[in-house]
Design a binder for this molecule. Structure first.
Ligand SMILES: *Cc1c(COP(=O)(O)O)cnc(C)c1O
Ligand SMILES: [Zn+2]
Length: 422
């Protein structure tokens, strides 16, 4: 028997067996948390085994995942995750932080954090014998699903708003998915996807709807702790517990990444592999701040907004994982921070010019949030801080040009160059 016991509703607490439900709570539509058999995991696996693994992808954590090995067919899925965690000394100095790490998830196969979720969803789709996978997406979730589905030969259907950046649409098409650009918002694409999945019997990956996305995303928390341990430990023997940062910063749209990160840290805590859970900080754009609004008014009741931000990946009217996302901050002593679009563009520049990390706007928003959190005293100079970049800057070249300006065109002559240099 595996370690996947079933689901628990995040709203009413009802529990369901793995076969009883597919997506959300039938009673109230609440998001479902996957329940794992921690005792069994502890019996079968320990930190030394995990740290000795030669698998450099999310699949090194297979004993903690509710899916089986994706097998040889799924081999390209094995490039997902185990992204670098490194210290950027110039940024740390600017911010006055003694301990700062960036985790660059722009380095996934389809260049965003979403690969973690899509790889696990495709493994689940295989396990339940699904024939077609479908998702609504602002671009990245779709590109990730299209890529992972292509790797396994499973047809994928993607619904994205027609305003999605061109590079993301190109990714969808080049991976061979059936792509439909919706003349409407991401939220409208989301609702249409649910209808279509129901009507045509497709397996739906939608963020904040399919319980397996968070199970993929949680792997980033495992990596943060394991990689931090590798970075700071002096002796080479496996430790009894992993290191934990004090604070983790991540950009938030639907709220599924921050919920997944929270789940990952909770798993490790339940297993006794970390001694505490870090403070989680969710960063939203002022133009798309539904979860931030709920957090600052001290409620778990998420009111929709009319989202308008250049950070397209976090442009969401009604966050689909808002409740768990609020809790990720409240239950860990973290917070939500809202930043302006111009600060996000500034963060794109800073990350690139001082750490050589090229992030898309939504990926850099987390860094803008850290800057603000420091100015508000939410983070201290001795805190150990991890900032996640969730997407590559190559996905939205127009936004990068907005942040960086235009290049100068000159004639191929030294005088022309000299003149331009002045
Ligand atoms: C999807 C996405 C986010 C936000 O994740 P949510 O689960 O919607 O909160 C942040 N950054 C990038 C680059 C993304 O693609
Ligand atoms: Zn429920």
């Amino acid at each position: 028997m595996g370690t996947f016991l079933g689901y628990r509703c995040s709203v009413c607490g009802a529990e369901y067996s793995p076969e009883a439900v597919t997506y959300t709570c039938p009673v109230d539509g609440g998001n479902l948390d996957v329940i794992l058999d921690y005792e069994r995991i502890r019996d079968r696996t320990n930190l030394s085994d995990l740290m000795a693994s030669t698998e450099s992808s999310i699949w090194r954590y297979l004993p903690l995942l509710p899916v089986g090995d994706p097998g040889h067919l799924g081999t390209p899925l094995r490039a997902v995750g185990w992204t670098p965690l490194f210290s950027p000394p110039r940024l740390a100095e600017d911010l006055g932080l003694s301990y700062l790490w960036l985790k660059d998830d722009g380095r996934n196969p389809t260049a965003s954090f979403k690969d973690r979720a899509s790889a696990v969803v495709v493994a689940r789709a295989q396990a339940i014998g699904a024939e077609v996978v479908v998702t609504a997406s602002t671009g990245n979730a779709g590109a990730a699903l299209a890529g992972m589905a292509a790797a396994t030969g499973m047809p994928a259907v993607i619904l994205a708003p027609r305003t999605a950046p061109q590079a993301k649409v190109a990714q969808l098409l080049i991976f061979g998915a059936r792509v439909f650009l919706i003349d409407g918002s991401y939220d409208e694409a989301f609702d249409l996807t649910l209808e279509a999945a129901d009507a045509f019997g497709w397996y739906c990956r939608n963020t904040g709807y399919n319980p397996f996305t968070a199970e993929g995303k949680k792997t980033a928390s495992y990596e943060i702790c394991e990689q931090l341990t590798n970075t700071v430990r002096a002796v080479r023997e496996p430790p009894l517990q992993w290191e934990v940062p004090d604070a983790v910063f991540v950009s938030v749209g639907d709220g599924n990444i921050i919920s997944g990160l929270h789940k990952g840290f909770k798993d490790l805590f339940e297993l006794g592999w970390i001694e505490r859970i870090p403070r989680l900080y969710g960063v939203q754009s002022h133009g798309s701040a539904a979860i931030y609004n709920a957090f600052v008014s001290g409620t778990e009741d998420i009111q929709p907004v009319e989202a308008k931000t250049l950070a397209d990946s976090i442009s969401v009217d009604l966050p689909r994982d808002g409740l768990r996302a609020v809790r990720a901050a409240t239950q860990t002593g973290g917070a939500y921070i809202a930043v302006r679009d111009e600060d996000i563009l500034g963060a794109v520049r800073e990350l690139a010019r001082k750490a050589a990390v090229f992030a898309e706007p939504a990926g850099a928003a987390s860094y803008a949030g850290l800057t603000k959190a420091l100015s508000e005293g939410l983070v201290g100079p001795m805190d150990r801080v991890v900032v996640l970049n969730t997407g590559s800057g190559l996905k939205d070249v127009n936004a990068a040009m907005k942040a960086a300006g235009e290049a100068i065109v000159i004639e191929p002559k030294l005088e022309a160059l000299e003149k331009a240099l002045r």
